[in-house]
Ligand binder design. Structure first.
Ligand code: BG6
Length: 478
């Protein structure tokens, strides 16, 4: 008997701004990523307050999924996908975020995408806001710092819930909501960057704004859940978090306590609110010691209590270590950072590869919440090159994924209720952290390069055939 459940949701994951392109087509407005230039690991991507004609903005064309979605979804179907994690681009529906009426052409695009998924029996898993905040809301309200954004988000949710009620069942309100606890989260998620122009990595660390913004995001998510419960009880709505497991660098109790404090605020805080419906006990001291004061209105606590999620979802790429001492050896990580682990090897971008950390994390998550869990991002960003036969032989990617799936199965044997797995960037897309195409994750190679060249044609990589077999055998043949 297979280890994984028969209805296991095998698939792949993407985000609208990283693949759609067509950034100003059919009435779409600019979102934060549309204001971000391309970069690389050496040369950080920059946020601009207006579009500079001499600079490159990778989201503007991305991989042109907007015009090629039919072919791309057909390739996903060929691999046997049961599920496709994608996001709706908020600014296709409400171009500046504040309009009263939605943009019909934007809605019609997702009608077509969902119809195409349906044709192949692929279940969409939709992230409502995946690092795509309307730039208009940044300018007007400093992003989620403004309480007004809650209503803008709810208007957007009501429209898409009503429109796609029969074709989408699984939703995530925010991508990696806990990124808002980190400085970079201001660019990616909370949008608390009004007037900021410069390298994303240099964005000022304004915690008060970000934590206030997070409070508004919690409320918005809870109210969206409540609306869905009242109108569409068949929906399943999840909390989505970055799971960068942190280990103490040494058994020194100072390191152990530092790790616990780190994990509390960076890893668990947001999901504790979204799954359990209240601010956790440890936030009191953290806010006090960091001079953070959350402005709450009467009734907020009740909203959070009533709007808890149905399942927990996370990205998992790597783990890191925490030390109480002065940091040594530089910081590593995907948004949530720590110090390097001497027992692990890292990708070319310094992300430490730790398949067992996935088993460990899944057990921790399930022990804490006892609700279904889904891994909605995992994968290896790598420099791929086509070889003489024209194919990318990405055995390193296969190896990474195989080792993680093995550990996922271990977690299921441990008793974790794991319902799905959608590896990141199932087709090569623009990197979120660096804004480059060179960091590829896909099973499908996209002929597009950072200097703007490339005809956008698609090619199956070796991992494409491998993953097809994995799905076919429900994870038994790895
Ligand atoms: C996650 C994001 O943090 O990591 C994705 O949800 C992102 O949007 C992914 O693309 C991989 O990160 P990167 O920077 O390699 O694209």
């Amino acid at each position: 008997m297979a280890v994984l459940r028969d209805d296991f949701l095998w698939g792949g994951a993407t985000a609208a701004n990283q693949l759609e392109g067509a950034w100003d087509v059919d009435g779409k407005g600019p979102s934060v990523p549309d204001m971000c230039t391309g970069g690389s690991i050496k040369d950080p991507k920059c946020v601009t307050t207006s579009i500079h004609p001499d600079r490159r903005y990778p989201s503007h064309e991305a991989i042109d999924f907007y015009h090629r979605y039919e072919d791309d979804i057909a390739l996903f179907a060929e691999m046997g996908f049961k599920c496709f994690r994608m996001s709706i681009n908020w600014t296709r529906i409400f171009p500046s975020g504040t309009e009263e009426e939605p943009n019909e052409k934007g809605l019609a695009f997702y009608d077509r995408v969902f119809a195409c998924c349906k044709k192949y029996g692929i279940e969409p898993l939709v992230t409502i806001s995946h690092y795509e905040l309307p730039y208009g809301l940044v300018e007007k309200y400093n992003g989620w710092e403004g309480r007004e954004v809650i209503e803008c988000f709810l208007r957007y949710c009501r429209v898409i819930f009503d429109r796609y009620q029969n074709v989408v069942k699984y939703w995530l309100t925010f991508n990696e909501i806990n990124s808002g606890t980190t400085p970079l989260g201001a660019v990616l998620s909370t949008g608390t960057i009004r007037g900021f122009e410069g390298p994303a990595s240099m964005v000022p660390d304004r915690r008060q704004e970000r934590f206030q913004a997070l409070h508004h995001m919690f409320l918005a998510s809870a109210l969206a859940v409540r609306y869905a419960r009242d109108h569409y009880p068949h929906f399943r709505i999840g909390s989505m978090n970055i799971m960068t497991t942190a280990y103490p660098l040494t058994p020194n109790p100072d390191d152990v306590i530092a790790t616990q404090l780190h994990n509390n605020m960076m890893i668990w805080f947001c999901s504790d609110v979204q799954v359990r419906g209240a601010y956790p006990f440890y936030t009191g001291r953290f806010f006090e010691e960091n001079g953070i004061v959350i402005k709450k209105e009467e009734g907020d606590d009740e909203i959070l209590r009533q709007g808890t999620v149905d399942f927990y979802a996370c990205s998992y790429y790597m783990s890191n270590c925490i030390t109480a001492k002065e940091e040594r050896g530089g910081r590593v990580g995907n948004i949530i950072k720590g110090v390097p682990n001497p027992y692990l090897q890292a990708s070319d971008w310094g992300w430490q590869i730790d398949p067992q950390g996935l088993r460990y994390s899944l057990n921790e998550i399930y022990a804490r919440y006892q609700i279904p869990v889904m891994v909605v991002e995992n994968g290896l960003g790598a420099y791929d090159a086509r070889e003489e036969d024209g194919m990318v032989h990405d055995t390193y990617r296969i190896d990474y994924l195989r080792r993680h799936i093995e550990q996922m199965k271990e977690a299921v044997r441990d008793g974790v209720d794991l319902i799905g797995y959608t590896p990141w960037g199932c087709i090569d897309i623009v990197s979120a952290s660096t804004g480059e195409m060179a960091k590829r994750y896909g099973f499908i190679y996209v002929n597009k390069f950072d200097d703007g060249s490339g005809d956008l044609s698609r090619e199956r990589k070796e991992s494409f055939y491998w993953y097809k077999k994995v799905i076919e055998t429900n994870g038994e043949v790895l």
